[in-house]
Ligand binder design. Structure first.
Ligand SMILES: [Zn+2]
Length: 292
């Protein structure tokens, strides 16, 4: 599943790559599976995008935000919002290339290219809205840009285990299973540590680890897990490495489940919080959270 670094890499490629989407004009819209659209009919979606021009490409958490100017400049800018979810991919290809069997949406552009949204498992969604906040209002601040002070203030409002808290998109937007595990390993905190038990130096270390891991992952164009993001060069230390030696201390990496999510950690570098044994497969129930 693409997380913040992978989505940021996609945004950067579409904005700054050889085939930039910016300034290109939509010539034709093909919706190959109606269910990909959220909150708008196929007819309205096509009508609104027709002859619109891509003007900006941004990201909040795992959401891609495309600003478009409609045909006729007197009309206000609107936004195409895309969440790739589990298996969604955005592909720029030559307009002459045939449709992939998993293609759900296709925008033919005036520069001879085509922006395709492919999604084998159909979890990804697309919105067309006046303001991105119509889709992203429930998200917390972006995990890549939040400062230490705001991070500490938000953390202080919770008494939650760190792993589910980091995954909760209403707390912080953009972190998924890979980068939650990697961030906690980086700062030596156990996934079940309660956020309310952290000292102010722990909080600074956690924020520093989140920021460093995400920045390194963005610079590495994300992580290539299961061959999904082939360009990704980020090296994971614990995620998916259960049974292998910790790269710091050589203790065997453990996989357990926290709130239905596979969780990887080093029992030596990340000591268990008081009152908990460090190994085992206890399954904990998550409190209400927004996971998108
Ligand atoms: Zn270790």
């Amino acid at each position: 599943m693409p997380e913040l670094p992978e989505v940021e890499s996609i945004a950067q490629a579409l904005r700054d790559g050889k085939l930039s989407l910016l300034a290109s004009c939509v010539q034709r819209v093909d919706v190959l599976w109606d269910g990909v659209l959220s909150g708008i009919s196929v007819v309205d979606f096509k009508r609104r995008l027709d002859r619109a021009v891509f003007r900006s490409i941004d990201r909040h958490g795992k959401y891609l935000l495309f600003g478009l100017d409609p045909a006729g400049s007197s009309v206000k800018r609107f936004f195409l919002v895309i969440h790739l979810r589990m298996t969604g991919r955005l592909v720029m290809s030559a307009a002459t290339d045939g449709h992939d069997r998993y293609n759900r949406l296709s925008l033919l552009l005036d520069n001879g290219t085509c922006l395709r949204f492919d999604d084998p498992r159909k979890f990804g969604r697309v919105w067309l809205v006046d303001e991105p906040s119509q889709v992203t209002a429930n998200l917390g601040p972006d995990a890549l840009t939040i400062g230490n002070e705001e991070f500490a203030v938000r953390l202080a409002a919770h008494q939650r285990q760190l792993k589910p808290l980091l995954l909760d998109q209403s707390f912080l937007a953009g972190i998924g299973n890979i980068y939650a595990d990697e961030s906690l390993f980086r700062c030596g905190l156990h996934p079940l540590t309660n956020s309310g038990d952290l000292s102010s130096s722990d909080v600074r270390r956690l924020h520093g680890a989140v920021a460093a891991v995400l920045k390194e992952a963005v610079a590495s164009q994300g992580a290539n897990i299961d061959g999904v993001f082939k360009a990704g060069r980020f090296i994971v230390n614990v995620y998916g490495r259960q049974g292998q030696p910790c790269p710091v201390c050589a203790t065997v990496i453990v996989k357990t489940r926290v709130g239905q999510r596979g969780t990887h950690f080093c029992p030596n570098c990340q000591p268990a919080p008081p009152g908990r044994r460090n190994q085992g497969s206890r399954c904990l129930t998550l409190p209400t959270m927004v996971v998108t």
